[in-house]
Write a protein of this length. Structure first.
Length: 283
């Protein structure tokens, strides 16, 4: 099922490559929250070669600072170049890497514009060595909800209809099942909430453009929107208390491993020797 216009995604990222400094701190904060999960893992093993998927110039330096060799990929050549080092311009839906090329894959806020997310996750698993690690973050339901609601209400009043203007996001509960469907072992998913407050809604729109996060839905209305639409929507977003615009980012932080015989496995169904009733009574 095709939901996103991949050409539009690439063009948005091309244009955003020169504006990255505007949002670099926020992108870096999100990436650090994901990569810090390595701190507990590196006590037992050291990663050597990582694939950075769409890191927008912030993920690769963080990994290199840990002594890890990094290859960065992005559908936009300009955005790929922002990572420095070894870069590849290629579509994330069609990875050009041989199986077992990396022992670590990091995808920080880069998979939510992919049409076939299960398929992309399978490709990433295949690019990992056995017992290689995937770290990925994606926005989930609740992200940009104030913007979505404001645009929906304003457009309904201005034009009498509603066009999709904010990307759909998965539910947090779906993320673990996606990893399992893609054949990963030991999947763990937790949520990170980031609350932002903008001086005005126009600054929010500018930051979204600077990050390459513009509307790329195939079903988007490609006509020039009515002049009153965004003025009305942005006006609705301001807080009545201080006039600032609250924005919530809800991120699913996913950790999973390429299968390997050495990994712990669940016991076979029916092999337990203690009943649930006995366990509860003893507790």
């Amino acid at each position: 099922m095709q939901v996103f216009d991949r050409r539009a995604v690439r063009l948005h990222r091309d244009r955003a490559a020169t504006r990255l400094p505007r949002v670099a701190d926020l992108l870096r904060d999100c990436a650090e929250r994901l990569i810090e999960r390595l701190d507990d893992i590196v006590k037992e093993r050291q990663f050597v070669r990582a694939l950075d998927i769409g890191g927008r110039g912030v993920v690769a330096p963080l990994l290199r600072a840990r002594g890890i060799e990094v290859v960065s990929i992005d559908s936009s050549p300009r955005m790929a170049a922002a990572s420095g080092g070894t870069v590849v311009a290629a579509d994330e839906e069609w990875l050009p890497f041989a199986p077992a090329s990396f022992d670590l894959v990091v995808a920080s806020l880069s998979l939510h514009w992919v049409n076939d997310l299960p398929g992309s996750l399978i490709q990433l698993r295949q690019a990992l060595l056995p017992d290689g690690l995937l770290l990925a973050s994606v926005p989930v339901l609740g992200t940009l909800q104030t913007l979505r609601d404001a645009l929906t209400q304003a457009e309904s009043e201005v034009s009498g209809g509603v066009a999709p203007r904010v990307s759909p996001f998965p539910d947090l509960r779906d993320c673990a099942s996606l990893l399992q469907r893609a054949g990963y072992a030991l999947p763990v998913v937790d949520r990170e909430d980031i609350s932002l407050a903008y001086a005005d809604a126009v600054s929010l729109i500018r930051d979204l453009r600077a990050a390459g996060e513009q509307n790329a839905l195939l079903s988007r209305d490609k006509r020039v929107p009515p002049r009153a639409l965004f003025a009305s929507a942005l006006g609705r977003m301001a807080s009545s208390e201080d006039g600032r615009v609250p924005v919530d980012l809800r991120l699913a932080m996913m950790t999973a491993w390429a299968p390997h015989p050495s990994q712990p496995k669940p016991l076979p169904r029916g092999s337990g020797t203690v009943s649930l009733r006995d366990a509860l009574e003893s507790g």
